[in-house]
Design a protein around this ligand. Structure first.
Ligand code: JCQ
Length: 258
């Protein structure tokens, strides 16, 4: 608590500046829903810079043919460089690109505590390597597929990061316990009615026995993660008993689900 009675006030709100050829794509998404409300309330800022405004030729050209030949076009260095430099000093300049390192929940957590982040959206085959080498601090990918432009990836990064800023999510949407916070995928969720189309909710969830409910959910998380994301399981902190339980499941001696 500070002198003015404020709670957990920690400097100016996080500001994302998105460099793009399609600023409306960004503005449209962040203007709605949870993010829109957070921005209106001043909990964060999302600004856009139109890279085409930094061209200097009659045709507002942002791309050119690749040296060495080949298909596709490359984003010219001058407009992107001028757009980046127009923003001034920031904590991080990030390029979103299919050949970046994977963006993870850990990045979202770390970035939610920063003050200012520039996100550069590429198009075409990519941007001139000299811009990457001299003006970009970090290159991230949101997954192993190719998009038509970096805007959707930038929005993914913004959404994943801003929902971790205190106050952005309401109590009902709290980010306390969700997938990846403990390195595992989520357990199944059920709500009323207790029987729907002859399908009952697992009885343990109606038992009121919270220790048993927690144990059941933990086991469901472990089993589901083992099935669909064994790579996550390898890194998650599991007890020896949990590892043994999972091995029992894969080695054939199947018992019914408890
Ligand atoms: C991001 N996963 C896929 C596409 C080139 C910077 O150069 C390029 C950027 C893009 C857009 O980003 C993605 C992407 N993570 O496609 C091509």
């Amino acid at each position: 608590m500070g002198e003015g009675g404020e709670v957990d006030e920690v400097g100016p709100p996080l500001c994302f500046t998105v460099l793009t050829l399609f600023p409306q794509l960004i503005a449209g998404y962040v203007g709605e829903g949870v993010l829109g409300r957070a921005l209106t309330r001043g909990l964060a800022r999302v600004e856009t810079v139109d890279v085409r405004d930094f061209t200097t030729d009659r045709y507002r050209t942002v791309d050119d043919v690749p040296f060495g030949g080949g298909a596709g076009m490359v984003m010219k260095p001058e407009p992107i460089a001028a757009a980046i430099e127009s923003v001034g000093p920031v904590d991080r300049r990030v390029l979103v690109t299919p050949d970046g390192r994977p963006f993870t929940q850990a990045d979202a957590v770390a970035w939610s505590g920063l003050g200012s982040i520039v996100l550069v959206c590429g198009r075409y085959e990519g941007i001139d390597q000299r811009v990457r080498d001299t003006l970009i601090d970090d290159e991230i990918s949101i997954g192993d597929y190719v998009l038509s432009g970096g805007e959707l990836a930038a929005l993914v990064v913004i959404d994943a990061t801003l929902r971790l800023v205190p106050g952005v999510l309401g109590n009902a949407e709290s980010a306390q316990h969700e997938s990846f916070s403990d390195g595992l995928l989520e357990h199944p969720h059920f709500t009323r009615p207790a029987v729907w189309r002859d399908l009952p909710v697992p009885p343990v969830l109606l038992s009121g026995h919270h220790a048993r409910i927690d144990a059941w959910r933990r086991r469901q998380s472990l089993r589901h993660t083992a099935r669909v994301r064994p790579d996550l399981l390898a890194r998650a902190p599991l007890t020896e008993a949990e590892r043994r339980d999972l091995l029992d499941l894969t080695s054939g001696d199947e018992e019914t689900d408890r």
